[in-house]
Write a protein that binds this ligand. Sequence first.
Ligand code: GTP
Ligand code: MG
Length: 668
Amino acid sequence: MVPELLPAQIAAYDAWKSELRGALARYQRWLDDCRLSPPDVDLRIIDCLETLDADRLVVAFVGEFSRGKTELINALFFADYRRRLLPTEVGRTTMCPTELFFDAENPEPCLRLLPIETRLKDTSIAEYLRDPLAWNTVPLDPAHPDRMAAALREISRVRRATVAEARSLGLYDPTAHTELERRGVPVTHVEIPVWRHARINFPHPLLRRGLVILDTPGLNAIGTEPELTVGLLPKAHALVFVLGADTGVTRSDLELWQNHVRTYRYRKDGCLAVALNKIDSLWDELRDEDEIAASIEQQRRRVAQQLGLSPGSVFPVSGQKALTAKIRGDARLLHASRLSELESHLGARILPARHEILQDHVARRIDELLAESRSTLRARMADARREAEELRGLRGRSSDVVLHLMRRNREQQAAYLQHVQHFNRVRRELGDQGRTLTALLELETIDALIENAAAAMKGSWTTPGLKRAMKSLFDAFSERMAGAAREAAAVERQVARAFEDFRARLDCELPPPRALRVREHLMGLQRLYAEAEAFRNSLLTSMTEQSFVIRAFFRTLVTAARRLWLDAHEDTDTWLRDALGPLVRRLREHKADLDERRANLQKIQRSRESLDARIAEREARYLDLEARLGELDWIHDALHRPLPAGAPAAPRESAAPADRPLPGALAG
Ligand SMILES: Nc1nc2c(ncn2[C@@H]2O[C@H](COP(=O)(O)OP(=O)(O)OP(=O)(O)O)[C@@H](O)[C@H]2O)c(=O)[nH]1
Ligand SMILES: [Mg+2]
């Protein structure tokens, strides 16, 4: 069997995610053992575990029709079925955007198809996802690839429609018929796709590991389905733009590149590759290998120049020969197909980037918790040490000293009551400022803005009018979110001051306050805005039914912006609820420590024998806490571990102390 590069790398990435899951589970146990898991901490860990489970690696294929996108997908990912799984043919084949994935919660293999007529309704594809009845479902049988391939032919289905119907669906392109009309041939009917969107769910090993493949139809159809340009393509972690070596860069290839692909280059978390497919069309038995290689190289340079890229981003390949080679186990043909160059580029670019993003997301959120756990433990250690020292000082001293310590304890208890009063004041002030902040993020005000914009759009059927309405809506969004970000910064400063104050009052370590994420949401909104901008500009060149497209696009964008708003509101609410949590918890521990010390002093006053036992118990507690602190380092390291090299799965760096018994029970 010929080696499979990308699958091995995806497996290594998946193994790394399992390790991360293990470290999180271990932290959960650690928190339970130390009686240190307030509900919001548990929620945050669960949220990180969900992020890991939901993590997908989305690879999208874009290009004009018949360049070989689907054939490349067959060769890169599904050659193990030993046949052509997805339909490919001369001419237009993939008639609607097609997603391939595995959903562990609904594991029944099936093909689900959304009828094209749904374009007439005001419902987005994202909303249709929640409505299973809107889709036609065809069961699939992965045990019989032949039957499965036959069922998947449905993706290519087309039907005849009147021009009026095509127009109402936003699928009529008058430029396609100018020639006929010029000759006086009336166009009454056109061919349209039967389906608007296809979702293929089946348990292929790669899809099980979180790979999602997005195949798109060619012929600029991509511009007529706004959910592709706003929803699906920007979410892809890798975008493969497919060209044909037999056709070179045609005008329509260039249009597609300029309108929908080019901007993807500037994304720091994405990988863009250009596949110059069908290089076998340049193979020629009358020429020697060097000559063929030189002409492929020449084509590659020309393509790179036309797209304004370096030649290194263009990958000459033959999807069809690669598929044949993999099916037949022909290593020479596979080598000649040059598939592995494209594969290793994708693997080397997407997986480390994905690793970094996920690690950043999970590790950063858990690092905040780890910092809090660490400072809680250090504060507990300081308490234990302070008491042990105090008690050691009692050895051989008169009972006056005990009385003196008890007096001091009383003073500290009185000071504690003052701390609590001060804390309540701080909490009230934060509550007031927090309400101002959440009011700025209220969804109702956003919905009112949306309604106004929708009314303005209904009133203006011209494309510039629609575009203006969209722009002013997004300007209003950004302005409001920027106001919220300013307010958030003020609230954060208030909390930081309170922490500083309590650090001095209690003479103890406190974690740094957690960060509020409104600025991130503002950035998310700005990204959405930039996508809208690019989309508006791209429409200047396209001749499809513009108002239809813009309205659909508007719906998609508005849904995304509302989601962002909702997230910002929810995040802020959660943050406000627990911003002072570390202070409450420290105050509680401080009080418990004072009470325990008073009880100890009373016992010692009654019987001096208990003194040594107390001291020993405090010292043991200190050592126990120290061991637990060490465990946090292991958890931290596991969360920050680099991505293991590709296959074969890298050996584990160090044995997890999970195998070691935990230190003895601790009274928290
Ligand atoms: N010679 C040659 N033909 C290829 C190659 N890759 C694909 N083809 C053929 O080109 C035709 C189109 O391939 P598809 O994979 O259907 O192309 P597509 O880009 O998915 O096209 P649409 O689905 O219509 O957008 C089919 O007949 C394929 O067999 C290749 O590397 N070499
Ligand atoms: Mg196709």
